[in-house]
Design a binder for this molecule. Structure first.
Ligand code: SF4
Length: 344
């Protein structure tokens, strides 16, 4: 979806046509331009041909309601996007920002694929529209967006911010309900510090020391723990916004009681109090051992006893492999071998 193209198609029309088109796209979540009856038939036909709305996606559903969309992009690249249905009526879409990912985190299935290309803002927004259209008959809406799918969003900064603005201003999702999660790209965090929109920042830290983080996150070589946490501390001071520290608990790697204490100490020292640690027990993607339930509880306990606020991420959609670190296109190396069908 290229919104500039839409603007150019409608440039010969009266100005309000563009507003009507945006409303149809982003408020009414139309599936076809033929539904926009305020447009003339020739205009609808032209838009249908030159600005098609269908997203080429295959949807799979988990018993907890999680849906994973396997999307084939215009060049045949495949990406994944996930809708999580929460019990309190929130519907969160986890969007991809890149096809593949260049960061190579050792625990992540997407990292294994390698990197193909950045997604355009339109390709990011389309992932949300896909689920808005699915939710519409239930009179439900997408309420939250997390940039936690395939890719490192801060390595595709301009398009991600363009998408964030469309999702906020046109689709109407509150900035405070949009979260950008990064593996710790310092340059990107510095840019985000100056963004006027009050979006949330999440940092995938996963280890309190360079020695430990080096083992699982290649980014730590260029953006090490101490510089990263200093940058995040400055971000908090300047924006007064709470930051989410993501901490993947991997059995026998970063889940000891000593590590929990070290984590609490370093975070309090560098970040003050405006942060929360979200622990995520490792999903069985094969390479590492998941932590025991007891070690997860003990880890959380030590953080809390040391004055750190802790949450634990509920694991959505393991059967559809839509859980964190499981997003990867099996066997196809990110390229469609045949056109996937829109299964909606
Ligand atoms: S965890 Fe995120 S940044 Fe790391 S390889 Fe996976 S998708 Fe990329």
């Amino acid at each position: 979806m290229d919104l500039q193209k839409l603007e150019s198609i409608l440039s010969a029309e009266p100005k309000f046509r563009l507003k009507q088109a945006y409303e149809a796209l982003f408020k009414n979540f139309i599936q076809s331009w033929q539904d926009v009856t305020v447009f003339s038939k020739p205009l609808r036909d032209r838009l249908e041909k030159e600005f098609p709305l269908s997203v080429n996606a295959k949807i799979s559903k988990s018993i907890d309601g999680t849906m994973k969309g396997l999307v084939t992009l215009h060049d045949g690249r495949l990406i994944e996007t996930v809708l999580m249905r929460h019990k309190d009526n929130r519907n969160t879409v986890c969007v991809s920002s890149q096809a593949g990912c260049p960061m190579g985190c050792a625990f992540c299935a997407t990292g294994d694929m390698g990197f193909f290309r950045n997604l355009s803002a339109g390709e990011i927004v389309e992932q949300v529209l896909l689920f808005e259209r699915i939710l519409k008959p239930e009179e439900e809406r997408v309420t939250n967006i997390v940039f936690m799918g395939m890719g490192e969003p801060l390595y595709n900064y301009a398009e991600v911010m363009k998408a964030v603005n469309i999702l906020n201003k046109d689709v109407g999702i509150a900035a405070r309900h949009i979260s950008v999660s990064t593996c710790g790209i310092i340059k990107g965090i510095l840019k985000l510090t100056d963004e006027p929109l009050q979006i949330n920042l999440a940092i995938s830290l996963h280890a309190p020391t360079n020695e430990m983080r080096d083992k699982i996150m290649p980014v730590n070589k260029s953006d090490p723990v101490e510089l990263l946490l200093k940058t995040v501390g400055d971000y908090i001071k300047k924006t007064n916004r709470k930051v989410m520290i993501e901490y993947l608990l991997i059995g026998e790697l970063n889940n000891s009681p000593e590590t929990a204490k070290e984590l609490a100490d370093v975070l309090k020292r560098e970040l003050g109090h405006l942060f929360v640690v979200n622990v995520i027990p490792y999903n069985p993607t094969g390479r590492f051992t998941p932590p025991s339930k007891e070690s997860v509880n003990k880890f959380k306990d030590i953080l809390e006893k040391n004055g750190v606020t802790v949450t634990q991420r509920y694991t959505f959609g393991q059967e559809v492999e839509g859980a964190c670190g499981q997003l990867a296109i099996k066997g196809a190396k990110g390229v469609s071998k045949g056109r996937a069908r829109d299964s909606r």
